[in-house]
Design a protein around this ligand. Structure first.
Ligand SMILES: Nc1ncnc2c1ncn2[C@@H]1O[C@H](COP(=O)(O)OP(=O)(O)OP(=O)(O)O)[C@@H](O)[C@H]1O
Length: 242
C-alpha cells in the first residue's frame, strides 16, 4: 500500500532530506513520528503528490508516483487520498454540507449528498449540516474535516498532527474516530504526530507500524535500526542523510 526506496527531497538551496527505504506491512497503518524539522510534513506532501518526487521511487496505493505528471497526480490524489490537515481548512463561507460537497464538485463529480448524510450520522454530526464552521465546537469542526476527507472513499487517509491543540479527552477521541473510520471505510491510516499521547495510545495496537525520523543535526551518516517484535514493527532512523 505504501513503499519507497531511495526517496530524497531537497528544497531550493537546502540539503536533501533522505528517507530510509520503507515498506508498510499489508493491513498496517502508519504512525510517522519525529522531531520538528525531521521531514514529516515533507513526506506527507510527497505521499499525497503535492510535492513531486525528485529522486527515488514512491508507491502509494498501488500507483508509482515518481515520474507522474502534475495533472495526473492531481486526479490521482482526489480519487485516492483523504486528508485531515492540521489546520482544518474548512471554508467559512460554506455550510458543513457544502464543505463536504466541495472535494467532489472540485473534481467535476456529483456532490453525493447521501454519502455526506451517512458520514455526518456516523460522526455524530447529524443536524449540523447547515451550520457554518464558526458555529461548531473544535471537536465538531475536526469531525467535519474527517467527514470531508472520507467523502470520496479514499484508499489512504492522512492525518497531520490530529491531536494538536486538543486536550487529552478530545485527542484520544479524535484518534479513536480516525481508527474507526479507517476500519469502517477499509482504508490505510497515515498519522503524522509528535504527540506522546498518540504514540502511547497506538502502542497497544498490533496493526500500526511506526516510522521515526530524527532531526538532522549535520551528520552525513544515515543509520537505520529496524526493531521487529512478533506483532509490531518500529523503524528508528537516527539521522537523515544529507
Ligand atoms: N518550503 C520550504 N523551503 C525550504 N525548506 C523547507 C520548506 N519546508 C520545509 N523545509 C525544511 O525542510 C525540513 C523538513 O521540514 P518538515 O516541515 O518536513 O519537517 P517536520 O518534521 O514536518 O517538522 P514539524 O514537526 O516542525 O512540522 C526542515 O529543515 C525545514 O526547515
Amino acid at each position: 500500500m505504501l513503499a519507497w526506496r531511495g526517496l530524497r527531497y531537497a528544497y531550493p538551496r537546502s540539503a536533501a532530506i533522505a528517507y530510509p527505504d520503507f515498506s508498510l506491512r499489508p493491513g498496517h497503518h502508519l504512525l510517522l513520528r519525529g522531531a520538528s524539522g525531521a521531514g514529516k510534513s515533507t513526506l506527507l506532501a510527497l505521499l499525497s503528490g503535492l510535492l513531486r518526487v525528485q529522486a527515488g521511487e514512491l508507491h502509494v496505493a498501488g500507483t508509482a508516483l515518481h515520474g507522474m505528471p502534475a495533472r495526473a497526480l492531481d486526479a490521482w490524489r482526489g480519487a485516492t487520498l483523504g486528508v485531515v490537515p492540521q489546520r482544518l481548512h474548512l471554508s467559512e463561507a460554506l455550510t458543513v454540507a457544502e464543505n463536504l460537497a466541495l472535494p467532489a464538485l472540485a473534481a467535476g463529480q456529483p456532490a453525493l449528498p447521501e454519502r455526506a448524510r451517512t458520514l455526518l450520522d456516523a460522526l455524530d454530526l447529524s443536524g449540523l449540516a447547515q451550520r457554518r464552521p464558526h458555529q461548531l465546537s473544535v471537536g465538531q469542526a475536526q469531525r467535519v474535516a474527517l467527514a470531508r476527507a472520507l467523502m470520496r472513499k479514499p484508499q489512504i487517509l492522512l492525518a497531520d498532527e490530529p491531536s494538536a491543540s486538543l486536550d487529552d479527552e478530545h485527542a484520544l477521541h479524535m484518534l479513536a474516530l480516525l481508527l474507526d473510520a479507517a476500519e469502517r471505510e477499509r482504508c490505510t491510516l497515515v498519522i503524522a504526530s509528535h504527540d506522546a499521547r498518540v504514540t502511547e495510545a497506538l502502542s497497544v495496537r498490533d496493526d500500526v507500524s511506526e516510522l521515526v525520523l530524527a532531526a538532522p543535526d549535520g551528520s552525513a551518516q544515515a543509520v537505520e535500526n529496524t526493531r521487529h517484535s512478533s506483532d509490531r514493527t518500529t523503524y528508528w532512523v537516527d539521522e537523515a542523510s544529507q
